[in-house]
Design a protein around this ligand. Sequence first.
Ligand code: HEM
Length: 510
Amino acid sequence: QYNPHRIWSANMEFPGVLWLAFVPISVAVVSIMMARRRATSFLTTKRSPPPPPTAAGAPFLGILPALVAKGPLRVLRDAHAEMGSVFTVRLLHRKVTFLVGPDVSSHFYQGLESEISQDEVSQFTTPTFGPGVAFDVDFVTRREQFRFFGDAMKPAKLRTYARLMVREVEYYFARWGQSGTVDLKQELEHLVTLVASRCLFGEEVRAKMLVEVATHLRELNDGMRLVTILFPHLPIPAHHRRDKARARLGEIFSDIVSSRKASCPDGSRNVVDDMLQCLIDSRYKDGRATTETEVVGMLVSALFAGQHTSSSTGTWTGARLLARANAKHLRAAVQEQERIMARHGDRVDYEVLQEMDTLHRCVKEVLRLHPPAMMLLRHARRSFTVRTSEGVEYEVPEGRTVASPLVIHNRLPHVYRDPESYEPDRFGPGRGEDRAGGALSYTAFGAGRHACVGEAFAYMQIKVIWSHLLRKFKMEMVSPFPETDWNVVMPGPKGKVMLRYNRRGMSTAA
Ligand code: HEM
């Protein structure tokens, strides 16, 4: 019976000649299938992008000779101009991949600790900060310790610190004469140590051993050289001085911590409202109290993190505002103080400081051009792909040291107009250049997972100092604009920054 759907049936005879045709057809079909599979797998298996281009360097030494001859700013700028926003340099035995600018930095700032971490590249700070804190402890403990700092920097605390800062600054400048010439750098080093000590420990340090503490802090900073990153225990004089200074600071602060604890032997809370008390009262999530070693380490870390960074920012602020080319910015900052004094008289507190937008922008612009942390480091625990704004992809291999060079990150012409010029108004209404390249456009205080917890404290401190100077003194810089000291990990102004001042009689009528 005819069935139109049946094209073959068992009783039909398969013609022999067709068997012969079947073999080459099957071979052809299989070949086509295999070819298709190869083509598909070629299209679907993502090939790893190439590694970032590597800068030429001297045998064994890598870019070290160039660094010594030209300084980090020029070396990095040249490499960036030649190779683009992602490139690798070799420094002795270590390869470092630089990610320049917001477009290529999201993994650096926002990646998980399990993917890109600080631990492996920050061990060099342990001789400075000491045992039991920062990179001497595991990640979870460290996060908790940074949380303690964060708690000690909440607005309610900042209000108290603002009062202490204002008192300390007024007291300090009252000692200046009617007129005179001073080294601004040295003055601000002292003043910032005084102010920070006052907020951190109350009267204990300020009264007893301020000069000694300031000297040891300077030794700690000087002991963190570029060579320290690679060889933290290299027996050089700067490291010996650092170790002695750290040991002595440990003794001084241990005495303070134990006498503070002794003043509350029953474990009840002390009423003193400074950072030391916050750290003593802090508790880990499992209920454990902070130990004396940890509190001492956290005090040293907080002082170190805030002292040199703030004093050098304060000095650069003076150097920039008093440079002849920036007269209009100085005028704008003075006029802002006049307006604020017309409203509030001589009162300066947390709220009044929030009104100093012009001064805030002057300091922010200083930090863009002179970031105290010139580069931030991470370790790639896993390889990752980075894509440039031109669409080129690179694979940064596992185990690589990765760097975000703030010295050039915040000077990119596609983010900042005329990036080399000092232009505080670029952050003002209608311009907002610090957001032009997205959330990572401005990174003087870091960003993302490890953003600075002391930013508000630092701004407050510098604004208290500079609002006072602008109100009370006419100033002139009588030394050349300072160069940068690139020898240390946190570069600041090199040499003396000489300032001539005359007291002024600014009207304070509210
Ligand atoms: C002008 C002053 C300051 C500048 C420019 C500055 C800059 C920075 C930068 C760039 C980072 C990020 C580090 C990284 O990502 O690897 C950072 C982190 C940090 N800063 Fe500051 N800092 C300043 C003042 C302070 C002060 C006064 C404190 C006081 C305690 C402080 C405490 C910290 C801490 C604890 C971290 C680590 C945060 C974390 O990893 O979660 N800083 N700072």
